[in-house]
Structures are given as structure tokens and as C-alpha cells.
Ligand binder design. Structure first.
Ligand SMILES: [Zn+2]
Length: 374
């Protein structure tokens, strides 16, 4: 591999600061990636997202497959062109949303059959189909299709079964990915990441195993022995306690392959971000910062939660977070004004709060980079 990931310095006890080479540009890590579910971060323009310092935007394969469909997006030049975003993009496998449908899904060795809850249409997602959809969408980083299960309502046998299937499906994903990208330039080429045409995206394999630490370590070993570019940690933040999640991350931290980026799926409170970064995670995504923001919940000083719609902010002239350099705080929008926008149902409220929350997450990542600058 040709320096896909370059480690600059370390973060104690097991973290690091580095650079990831993607075909859409270099990503400085650690990095927080907001969810642009349908191709865009809700209530923000691509330019507003860039101004928060966000470097990668994640889009959801499940939602884009159902509507408008990958064929349409491919015809319109792929996600970047369709969504008017030039920086790196990542798509998930679609698995998380499909498995979240619960009783509307039927898992077989071949794949997952599910019913679109909106119109009752039946769909079938397989490892091969997920690869094909993600390549058609045109993201720069894509994720293998895994068997995800909730942690709170599953037996050991179910965890083991999903664990084994995840690795069988990974092999099928890799085979299909190689077939579909065989004529494309990969990261082993020294020109990868520069302006050369026809570069393939990076593929991430997903570590599963529930809360069983031995299964987790075994899964990591299998993924790291596979021909994937990056390591994704899945199946966390799905109903377990915080301590259970941190135990898994701590256990895996010393075992990661240094040459590959590590992506923690779906974890995104400030507290969890710091823990994950200090335990070896380079990339994180979550809907939480923007979803909270649209509901009036923002992070203030020391990441304390501020419920902007609360009566006590009615006459509060202060900005969301003193010292924050986001557009909303820097321009002096008061809590009282943003509260008023929320109370009046004005979309500007969600926009200003989303800008702040994203910048807050990005600043947490930047603090490590600043602290460790030499
Ligand atoms: Zn701010």
C-alpha cells in the first residue's frame, strides 16, 4: 500500500493525528463526519458545511437507493455532481437502516429482504448489490455490507451467527468490489489522490461481535487480514451502556493496523468522540449533532447541553458558546434570537444551531491537532 494513511503524531493513550489520502483529497484526522442522509446535511448548504471545517460528508445508501435511486444519481454525474459537493464523501452500506426496520426484514445467507415502510415495496439488498449501489453513487469511501444486530435483545447464538455472516459477506463484498473496480487506479498507485481520472473509492470492512470482547478481537483480526483499505467498527451505540461501548473500544485500541484508517460508525456525542479519538479512532459519523441542533439542543462551554427553546433563554443576549468561532457565534446571534426563531418555527433556527454543533465537533478534533503541533 502506498501510504494511504500517514501518521503525524500520537494522542495518548492510543490515538493519533494523521492524514488520509482519498481520491477527492486529503483528510486530516481525527475527523468528524456529519450525516448528509439524502446527499446533503439537513438545513445547510454545502458551503456552510465547508465553513464549519467539516472535511468528509456521509450519505446514506439506503435512502438514496430508494429515492431517487443510484441510476438517476449516476446519470447526473454521481453524488458529488448531484449534491454539488467537491470534498470527500463516504457512503454507508445501507445495512444499518435495513436492520433498523426490524420486523420488516428477512435475513438469509444471500442477503436481506425488506419492505419499504413508506409504500410497501419489497427490496432485496445483498453484499454485491450494496457494492454496486455505492459505486454507482460515486462516494470516495464505501463500507462493506455487514449483518448488524441490536445488542440488548440478542442471544449469544444470534451474535455468533451475525458475526460469522458478516465475515462471509465481507468476502463477497471484496470479490464484487474487485470485479467492479478492476480497471480503476487504487491507493497503491502513487498518483492516487491527485487529479488523475478513473480512481477507485476506498473500501472499509466492518468489525462486529457485539459486546463479546473475544469475538470483537477475532473480527478485527479477520478484517485486518482482508484486502480492505480501512477498518470500520460497527454495532456500537445500538442500545448498550456507555461503559460497554468504551470497554470494546479500549480492548481493540492496541490491536489496530497502523497503516489503515479506522472509522467508528454512528457515535457522536462530544464525550464519546474524545474517548474514541484517544483510543485509536480516526473518523466518526453521527446524525446526533445536526439532529439535536434542529430540535434546539446545542453544546455550550465544555460541551454542556443547552436547550435553546427553554424559557430561561428568552432574554439571554449571549451567543450559544462564548469563544466559538462558528458563523452563528462569531456574528453574535443571541440565544434569545435563536430561541425566538425556534419558537416561531423558522428554519433559520435549525441552520444556526446546526452550524454551531458541527463546528463544536470539528473544534474538538482540531484541539488535538493544535495541542500536538510540533
Ligand atoms: Zn458557535
Amino acid at each position: 500500500m502506498h501510504d494511504l494513511f500517514t501518521q503525524k503524531t500520537t494522542i495518548k493513550p492510543h490515538g493519533r493525528i494523521g492524514q488520509l489520502r482519498t481520491r477527492a483529497g486529503i483528510v486530516s484526522t481525527p475527523t468528524f463526519m456529519p450525516d448528509g442522509t439524502r446527499g446533503a446535511v439537513k438545513s445547510l448548504t454545502p458551503q456552510q458545511v465547508i465553513e464549519t471545517g467539516v472535511e468528509v460528508v456521509l450519505a446514506n445508501t439506503y435512502h438514496l437507493h430508494l429515492n431517487p435511486g443510484e441510476e438517476t444519481i449516476k446519470e447526473l454525474g454521481g453524488l458529488h455532481s448531484f449534491a454539488n459537493r467537491s470534498g470527500p464523501m463516504l457512503t454507508d452500506s445501507g445495512g444499518f437502516q435495513v436492520f433498523s426496520l426490524g420486523k420488516h426484514t428477512k435475513v438469509s445467507e444471500q442477503g436481506v429482504e425488506f419492505t419499504d415502510p413508506k409504500n410497501g415495496d419489497k427490496h432485496f439488498l445483498t453484499p454485491e448489490k450494496s457494492m454496486q449501489i455505492q459505486l454507482d453513487l460515486g462516494a470516495d469511501m464505501i463500507v462493506a455490507f455487514d449483518h448488524l444486530i441490536g445488542l440488548d435483545s440478542t442471544t449469544d447464538d444470534e451474535v455468533r451467527d451475525a458475526f460469522d455472516r458478516t465475515h462471509r459477506w465481507l468476502r463477497r463484498c471484496i470479490t464484487e468490489f474487485k470485479k467492479l473496480t478492476k480497471d480503476m487506479i487504487g491507493p497503491e498507485d502513487k498518483h492516487y489522490g491527485t487529479n488523475v481520472p478513473n480512481q477507485r473509492p476506498l473500501l472499509f470492512g466492518v468489525v462486529q461481535g457485539g459486546l463479546d470482547l473475544n469475538l470483537r478481537k477475532e473480527s478485527l483480526r479477520i478484517i485486518q487480514e482482508s484486502d480492505v483499505d480501512g477498518i470500520a467498527i460497527g454495532g456500537l451505540s445500538v442500545g448498550e451502556t456507555r461503559e460497554e461501548m468504551t470497554t470494546v473500544l479500549e480492548e481493540l485500541a492496541p490491536l489496530y493496523d497502523e497503516a489503515r484508517p479506522r472509522f467508528l460508525l454512528g457515535v457522536g456525542t462530544p464525550e464519546d468522540l474524545k474517548f474514541a479519538v484517544e483510543n485509536g479512532i480516526d473518523m466518526l459519523d453521527c446524525v446526533l449533532p445536526t439532529r439535536n441542533a434542529r430540535h434546539g439542543v446545542v453544546w455550550g462551554k465544555n460541551s454542556e447541553k443547552v436547550h435553546l427553546t427553554n424559557e430561561k433563554y428568552k432574554e439571554d443576549p449571549s451567543v450559544i458558546e462564548e469563544g466559538c468561532d462558528c458563523y452563528a457565534c462569531k456574528e453574535g446571534f443571541s440565544r434569545a434570537f435563536i430561541r425566538h426563531q425556534f419558537k416561531s418555527g423558522e428554519p433559520l433556527a435549525g441552520t444556526l444551531a446546526s452550524i454551531h454543533n458541527l463546528r463544536h465537533m470539528v473544534r474538538l478534533c482540531e484541539q488535538y491537532k493544535g495541542k500536538n503541533k510540533t
